[in-house]
Write a protein that binds this ligand. Structure first.
Ligand SMILES: CC(=O)N[C@H]1[C@@H](OP(=O)(O)OP(=O)(O)OC[C@H]2O[C@@H](n3ccc(=O)[nH]c3=O)[C@H](O)[C@@H]2O)O[C@H](CO)[C@@H](O)[C@@H]1O
Length: 350
């Protein structure tokens, strides 16, 4: 198809999956909004019932169609008895997902991980619809590796991810960085402000250390997003507690420093907005991928990694003082969402 204004005005239909956690959802929003800036699109978003996508999408994109899947991720180890039930449910869902996809008849399928991505991508393959997959982490998830074998293109955030895919798919990989969901806006905050984010689901460990370190830094304002996780102990006056922040882009743009887990999307947002940070990897992540993610912040000279075992309140307070002394750069980078949309447009001759 020629890239004419007529072809641009044709409605582009995109079937999307990727959620359960914010780390999979927000990069997809970035890509979909980049498409929206360029052309008319219609979206069918496959959501997991009760998860973050069901809360965020109706609020920011009520125009997207949603298809809700009632499914739970497989338990580890893989031979866990409960997986039999979960797997059968996934199979039943797969039939319905394929039907929904066939009815919607998208131009392509775009997935970013989280447990409905696999059945959606597979249904796309069976129906002969082009599939694109995006991996946020330095270490790819197993589902994304399987999808990569039949995907038209594989977008990865970090160079070190490439060699973790099978040889035969590597030529389809494009290293782009993670798309970052961003809009206009800032927030007025006391200076200096440290933002504490334990990923989209919060972190009890970060809650605990925030309360401890904030007593040592009474002149610093802390905003702690708990993701609904419990906060135990007396809360000092310089700590502001919130359940969840919906407009993170405005906060990234306005804070002086962050303390975060090392989810790949958080890491990419820190880099995009140039936010100095102390990054505390969640040790339970599959194949320690949060440790590998955290090292990227050090490589960018943006901050330091602190393993949980290394934590001492005084030590963290010192890290915060040192990073604050260096100050921050408020420039923003080029959004990888643009590169991904360029690639899909050229790959599909849109
Ligand atoms: C426990 C778990 O499964 N963690 C994984 C999950 O993490 P998780 O969903 O926690 O992912 P990330 O930390 O990468 O991203 C969190 C996202 O939520 C947003 N946010 C967070 C707090 C808040 O109040 N408001 C808000 O909007 C952040 O801006 C970011 O966009 O997906 C990541 C990306 O595949 C993985 O690297 C993580 O290992």
């Amino acid at each position: 198809m020629e890239n004419t204004s007529a072809s641009k005005s044709k409605v582009l239909k995109i079937a999307v999956a990727g959620g359960v956690t914010g780390g999979h959802l927000y990069p997809n929003l970035a890509v979909l909004e980049e498409f929206q800036r360029r052309r008319n699109i219609e979206v069918l978003y496959f959501c997991v019932q009760g998860k973050i996508e069901e809360r965020v999408l109706p609020k920011f994109h009520p125009e997207f169609k949603r298809y809700s899947v009632k499914v739970k991720g497989l338990r580890r180890p893989i031979f866990h008895p409960e997986n039999l039930v979960r797997f059968s449910r996934l199979l039943i869902n797969s039939v319905n997902i394929k039907r929904a996809l066939e009815e919607f008849a998208p131009d392509f399928v775009y997935v970013s991980g989280g447990y409905v991505s696999y059945p959606v991508a597979l249904a796309g393959r069976k129906l002969g619809i082009p599939v694109y997959v995006q991996e946020q982490n330095t270490i790819p998830g197993k589902a994304n590796i399987t999808i990569s074998k039949f995907a038209k293109k594989i977008f990865v955030a970090f160079e070190e991810c490439v060699t973790r895919f099978p040889d035969e798919v590597r030529k389809k990989i494009k290293v782009t960085g993670n798309p970052v969901w961003t809009r206009e806006g800032r927030v007025e905050l006391p200076r200096p402000t440290v933002l504490v984010i334990g990923g989209s689901g919060g972190s009890e460990f970060l809650n605990k250390i925030t309360l401890e370190v904030s007593w040592l830094l009474p002149d610093v304002h802390f905003i702690l997003s708990t993701g609904g996780k419990k906060v135990e102990g007396e809360v000092p006056a310089n700590v502001e507690i919130v359940d969840y922040i919906e407009n993170m882009y405005a906060y990234w743009r306005s804070v002086d420093l962050a303390i975060t887990r090392a989810g790949a999307t958080t890491i990419s947002e820190l880099i995009y907005f140039n936010v100095p940070a102390v990054v505390v990897p969640w040790e339970g992540a599959t194949e320690s991928h949060q440790v590998t993610n955290a090292k990227i912040i050090e490589r960018h000279g943006l901050g330091v990694m602190m393993r949980e075992i290394e934590y001492e309140p005084e030590k963290l307070a010192d890290m915060i003082r040192t990073l604050m002394k260096k100050g921050r750069n408020f420039n923003e980078r080029e959004n990888p969402a643009k590169i991904i949309v360029d690639e899909i447009e050229s790959n599909m001759s849109l």
